[in-house]
Write a protein that binds this ligand. Structure first.
Ligand code: NAD
Length: 339
């Protein structure tokens, strides 16, 4: 079994090498992102392994299949970057890692909230510079505040539990109610009410045609003045221009991002000696109340180990049984009912 990895990094090499001890597959790690231009590098491989910012659209799938690839193994849970219908039409099996650590992402969302509220990033730099003034560092008690959680699947549920630990009132919105979220103490409400009542809003739904730019001018105006917005889900849930306007007027009081609309050209690379060309991203960085991390919410030892082990198990299951519990099928994803 020959597997080619796109967008590979040291952590990918290390984690998959450790997980491969029980499989003995042949690996080729490429730093290149999968795009139409790089798809031919997969010629002759059985499996292509990709991550969140690889492009797996129809033309890329056509090229992969032409080169003999039979399996696309996503080493992530989100699959908004994959033209699933085309893959199914051409018999390209697609597997993913649906849950490698919902704790990691929920904990990172909490980390962004606490850091923004208590301004850890500013305090850290000040103290290192011998500036011990507290001016501008005033925070608020998260205790008993109202937190809106949009998307109450695996990650949203964990965040609900965490926020209930702060005695917060948790308002939840999802297309489908999760009984465990109710048990954890969340109240399901409509989006309008969630926007109007929440002090903090955290996004945990997938990127779909319905959720694309759900945080737009209209949504921001419907929120409480000074609201904190946290996005650890997918960048395009937020219209960047709209949040910049919201930050300028003060309607948005805090913004924590682990994902960004145009992150594919930035995140996971060291660009520290280059001029960043994305003006909206640079504008975001000028606000004192914006904290951005580069898609690292998943990045814990436990999650990385799970990603590697589950990805290789998915491949093994496909080879041995022709299917996998983690196979993405068009009917399951786009059919009626809960996934
Ligand atoms: P999940 O499938 O368990 O939960 C997603 C929830 O969103 C489901 O309950 C679903 O019903 C709900 N949903 C779907 N469409 C919706 C809509 N239009 N409005 C409201 N809710 C809707 O997924 P998860 O494991 O909790 O992951 C959530 C998202 O987190 C993923 O889609 C992925 O994009 C993102 N993620 C980010 C990182 C990171 O490192 N930043 C890591 C893993 C996952």
């Amino acid at each position: 079994m020959r597997i080619v990895f796109f967008s590979s990094k040291k952590w990918v090499v290390d984690a998959f090498q450790a997980a491969n001890a029980t499989h003995g597959y042949e690996f080729n790690h490429l730093e290149a992102r999968l795009t139409r231009d790089t798809a031919s590098l997969a010629d002759g491989y059985d499996v292509v392994c990709v991550f969140v910012n690889d492009i797996v659209n129809e033309s890329v799938i056509d090229r992969l299949v032409k080169g003999g690839v039979n399996t696309l193994a996503l080493r992530c849970s989100g699959f908004n970057n994959v033209a699933l219908r085309r893959a199914e039409e051409l018999g390209l099996d697609v597997v993913r890692v649906p849950a490698y650590s919902p704790y990691a992402v929920a904990e990172h969302a909490l980390g962004l909230m606490l850091a923004l509220n208590r301004k850890f990033y500013r305090a850290y730099n000040r103290v290192r510079d011998g500036n011990f003034s507290l001016d501008g560092l005033l925070g608020f008690d998260i205790h008993k505040k109202t937190v809106g959680v949009i998307g109450t699947g695996k990650i949203g549920l964990n965040l609900i539990r965490v926020m209930r630990g702060f005695d917060c009132r948790v308002l939840a919105y999802d297309k489908f109610e999760n009984p465990e979220a109710l048990e954890a103490g969340a109240e399901y409400v409509g989006l309008e009410e969630l926007y109007a009542s929440s002090d903090i809003i955290s996004l945990h739904c997938p990127l779909t045609h319905e959720t694309y730019h759900m945080i737009n001018d209209y949504a921001i105006q419907a929120m409480k003045p000074g609201v904190m917005i946290i996005n650890t889900s997918r960048g395009p849930l937020i219209n960047t221009g709209a949040v910049i306007e919201g930050l300028k007027t003060g309607q948005i009081g805090y913004l924590g991002l682990d994902v960004y609309e145009e992150e594919a050209d930035l995140f996971f690379e060291d660009l520290s000696d280059q001029v960043i060309q994305d003006d909206q991203f640079v504008r975001l960085q000028t606000f004192p109340n914006v904290l951005i991390t580069s898609h690292q919410a998943f990045f814990t030892q436990e999650a990385v180990q799970n990603i590697a082990e589950t990805t290789l198990q998915n491949v093994k299951d496909l080879v041995e049984t022709g299917t996998s519990v983690n196979m993405l099928k068009v009917e399951d994803v786009y059919g009626n009912g809960r996934k």
